[in-house]
Design a protein around this ligand. Structure first.
Ligand code: NAD
Length: 430
């Protein structure tokens, strides 16, 4: 996989501490549940965090030290699961928050995993491929006592992909003198990856939008759509919204800006154009170019934020004219933005459901690895659809049964209940 351009993947906003946002979301949902004090501490804090130095030889013979982290947030429902991020903005707080979100994402779609996340504070475009391989293998060596197909299963995240997953798998297997493809997911197909994995996140976003419009009694065919962030998640979501549901994608953006056409863009053609040129701007078939903020303010039926964390704060949220938001990115709305949108009666279908296709198909990859039996893509997509539709039904049931302010809190109510059940059933070690 090609390394993504670093400029495309900013770190979480400096102003909002992501770990505090996570804890706030858990508190908001726990208020609707009868959660004992000991359990609340567990729900809000990681079980353990590895923080380590990687000392790696660079091509010129010098040594450099990189800070690296792995947070294992909660393993009550199964092995810790979550990606590995390479970005200069990686911090202990960010990794802890992302690992917690994984716990609740896995619980909301009811796959048998806990949550984890890892990362290295590094600007990967500054390093050669051999240097990145040595850095990755050094990290894999540090991770070796913690990870395993039954304990903690990493995956790709920002600036990592199949290549890094294959290096981690190879390092682990060499050191353990075994073959264990299920130690990591997001691998290349020939190394034990699953069909349908690359499209899985955008597919779950499309399925969530389909169910959301159905739930709201609205027609998704012909609905106008704006997509903020035209990378893996956003472009696949746009293409599937268009090709499978007949929605009308009118605007898409990336870090270069936005393109807009009231009569509709061709989502496939824009993606091909971006693949060729590196940006959506300049796409000649579009009627207009907009700024990213102007895209967020468009009067569309559906807005899909698919770029980065904390992309929409309270000020931007006040400008939003869309009726429905389906979150493809992780944490694209700040907690204040959530409040503004709830007051304006905008329905926000949360990330922990809408982008859970990625981890759900990672789960299928792991199942296939354990069985050493590989599924055709149709089966992957069918099983994914079943998980997302059932999770959607559970979410709206919880929304209607509890006096919660928004669908995000309802999602956390469902997820927290599942984690608590596993904790309580496990009992307490004396
Ligand atoms: P990506 O790097 O492929 O795409 C991100 C896109 O956002 C790029 O096109 C970039 O140009 C654009 N972007 C960056 N800054 C922007 C800005 N200010 N305004 C508009 N666009 C901007 O990344 P991705 O894999 O598609 O991930 C996007 C989001 O989805 C992240 O939050 C990620 O955590 C989340 N996510 C992805 C997956 C997955 O499987 N890819 C799974 C779960 C969650």
């Amino acid at each position: 996989m090609l390394m993504r351009r670093l400029a495309d993947v900013p770190a979480m906003s400096e102003e909002v501490n992501p770990f505090e946002s996570l804890q706030e979301q858990i508190d908001d949902a726990a208020a609707f549940l009868d959660v004992a004090a000991d359990a609340l501490v567990r729900l809000k804090n990681p079980e353990r965090v590895l923080e380590t130095n990687l000392t790696v030889e660079l091509d010129d013979g010098s040594l450099e030290v990189f800070r690296a982290y792995r947070s294992q947030f909660n393993g009550d429902r199964g092995p810790y699961k979550g990606g590995i991020r390479y970005h200069p903005g990686v911090t202990r707080a960010e990794v802890k928050a992302l690992s917690g979100w994984m716990v609740y994402k896995c619980a909301v779609v009811d796959i048998p995993y806990g949550g984890g996340k890892g990362g290295i504070a590094i600007d990967p475009i500054q390093y050669s491929d051999p240097e990145l391989e040595r850095i990755t293998r050094s990290f894999a060596t540090e991770l070796r006592p913690l990870i395993g197909a039954d304990t903690d299963i990493p995956a790709p995240d920002v600036n990592t992909g199949r290549r890094e997953m294959n290096w981690i798998k190879d390092t682990y297997e060499t050191l353990e003198n075994t073959t264990e493809p299920g130690v990591i997911t997001g691998k290349a197909i020939d190394s034990g990856g699953s069909r349908g994995r690359v499209e899985a996140t955008g597919r779950s976003t499309m399925l969530t939008a389909r169910e959301a419009f159905d739930y709201l009694g609205r027609d998704v065919a012909g609905a106008t759509v704006a997509v903020q962030g035209y990378g893996n998640a956003g472009s696949v979501a746009a293409k599937l919204l268009e090709s499978e549901l007949g929605a009308n994608v009118v605007a898409v953006s990336d870090s270069s800006g936005a393109v807009y056409d009231q009569s509709g863009l061709d989502a496939h053609a824009v993606k091909e154009y971006k693949n060729r040129t590196g940006a959506v701007t300049g796409y000649a078939e579009a009627a207009e170019e907009l700024t990213n903020d102007e895209l967020l303010a468009l009067d569309v039926d559906l807005l899909v934020p698919a770029a980065l964390e904390n992309a929409i704060d309270a000020d931007l949220a006040r400008e939003v004219s869309a009726d429905v938001i389906v979150e493809a990115a992780n944490g694209p709305l700040t907690p204040d933005a959530d409040d503004v949108l709830a007051e304006s009666d905008v329905y926000v279908f949360p990330d922990i459901l809408a982008n859970a296709g990625g981890v759900t198909v990672s789960y299928f990859e792991w199942v296939q690895n354990r069985q050493r039996f590989y599924w055709p893509e149709e089966r992957v997509n069918e099983e994914l659809e079943r998980h997302i539709v059932e999770a959607f039904e559970g979410l709206v049931d919880a929304y209607e049964a509890n006096d919660v302010p928004n669908l995000r809190t309802a999602a956390y109510v469902v997820a927290i209940q599942r984690v608590l059940e596993a904790y309580e059933e496990g009992g307490t070690w004396p």
